[in-house]
Design a protein. Structure first.
Length: 412
């Protein structure tokens, strides 16, 4: 048959959107665009049945109850978002205490650095053999793999707990913790991530081996990630403006295309037709603005005629502190704000008082669009004298005066 062309499908980095109708509204187009940005997992992982699920988070939306960790785009698991540095993936303030005899399992996808421990810790409440209420924080080695690859696992928490506390009963789960999950590793490649966190009656999968290989991958963007898409319809036209919001200064994105069509590209614009249908319909994709690369390169700092060359554009707060103290600035504290598109370092002198000469910076070694660097003085230093000596409070008199000191302290 001949396609009706009632819908078309976008292509981006080898990933395809849901079909888009010609009369689609902004939200529908946005949903279709987002559908091709994330990884698609089997429903058992991404959408476990509500009949067996007590608690589930895929981190695609901001949390409605307590959550510890940072939502970040992830390139390898279900959807677009995951959780970075989670410490408590489950906390009793989410769904209260969970009856473990009913909801025995937790399942989740994870990416674990080699420096972190392959253990989970539980916070449980139970009754002992004398019916006395108890609380405990047991931890269990569950074989989590620290190879910086994504894995999926299911753990029977009820078996772990009842094997450990053989005389206990009425076990309730109050929390699940990843040991040191909120620690900041020295090497960012050793970080910890979790996605599709589930607690329920049954395991989501019968076997963990190869379950993530069933995913439909997201777009191949050379390691770049997109965290959102903004879609607005052009008034009185069958056209939309689509703005991708990159994560962590992503750039060099490919031009979107149209599936099952014949394309003709010229620069940042391409026109797609459907000759096999015998129709004159066409879709035009035009890039109006490209994402810029992060600021890179180096800058030079000068303080009191001492120049430090080759300071990285993204130098950390501790790195900037070390550079300044090397230059003879004395004891300083430094904080850094901003993102990879531009940072601000705030320097505060801790010990030596007085007004300091301004730092001088040379940004000729910076690389990036409109890259520049400057110095602003937010507050001048001064000198505090307490108590004030008599010479600082002299008054004019017609007759001679005397200043009296008692135990070295000037009189009023």
């Amino acid at each position: 048959g001949v396609p009706s062309l009632a819908t078309f499908t976008l292509e981006f980095g080898g990933s395809y959107s849901d079909p888009i109708a010609l009369d689609a509204d902004e939200e529908t187009v946005r949903g279709a665009v987002l559908s091709m940005l994330g990884t698609r997992c089997p429903d058992a992982i991404a959408n476990p049945s509500s009949s067996v699920t007590k608690f589930f988070r895929d981190y695609e939306e901001p949390p409605t109850s307590w959550q510890q960790g940072t939502r970040v785009p992830t390139e390898k698991v279900g959807g677009l978002w995951g959780l970075k540095r989670p410490h408590w993936p489950y906390h009793w303030t989410n769904e209260g205490d969970i009856k473990l005899q009913t909801y025995k399992y937790t399942c989740f996808a994870y990416k674990w650095g080699a420096t972190l421990q392959p253990r989970i810790q539980l916070l449980i409440a139970y009754d002992d053999e004398n019916d006395a209420p108890k609380t405990s924080w047991p931890w269990y080695d569950v074989g989590l793999k620290g190879d910086n690859e994504w894995h999926y696992t299911c753990i029977n928490l009820y078996d772990k707990v009842t094997t450990h506390f053989t005389t206990g009963k009425k076990f309730h789960l109050r929390g699940v913790l990843f040991l040191h999950g909120n620690s900041i590793p020295q090497d960012p490649e050793q970080d910890i991530f979790v996605d599709n966190f589930y607690i329920g009656r049954t395991a989501t999968v019968d076997t963990e081996d190869g379950v993530l290989s069933q995913r439909a991958p997201g777009p191949a963007l050379d390691g770049n990630l997109i965290q959102d898409a903004i879609v607005t319809k052009v008034v009185n036209e069958t056209a939309f403006n689509i703005t991708f919001v990159p994560y962590d200064c992503g750039h060099n994105f490919p031009l979107m295309g149209v599936r099952s069509s014949q394309g003709s590209r010229q620069g940042n614009s391409a026109t797609y037709t459907f000759p096999s249908t015998g129709r004159s319909a066409q879709v035009t994709v035009r890039r109006d603005l490209s994402a810029t690369s992060p600021i890179t390169g180096t800058m030079d700092l000068t303080y009191k005629r001492v120049t430090l060359t080759g300071v990285p554009a993204n130098v950390s707060a501790s790195g900037m502190q070390a550079e300044l103290e090397t230059a003879g600035a004395g004891k300083v504290s430094v904080t850094r704000d901003g993102t990879c598109s531009g940072y601000t370092w705030t320097v505060d002198w801790q010990l030596s008082g007085g007004d300091k000469p301004a730092l001088q910076v040379d940004g000729s070694g910076l690389v990036g669009q409109d890259a520049a660097v400057g110095v602003d003085e937010s507050q001048d230093g001064g000198l505090f004298i307490s108590p004030l000596g008599g010479d600082y409070t002299e008054l004019i008199y017609d007759t001679p005066q005397a200043q009296v000191y008692i135990s070295g302290i000037p009189s009023s």
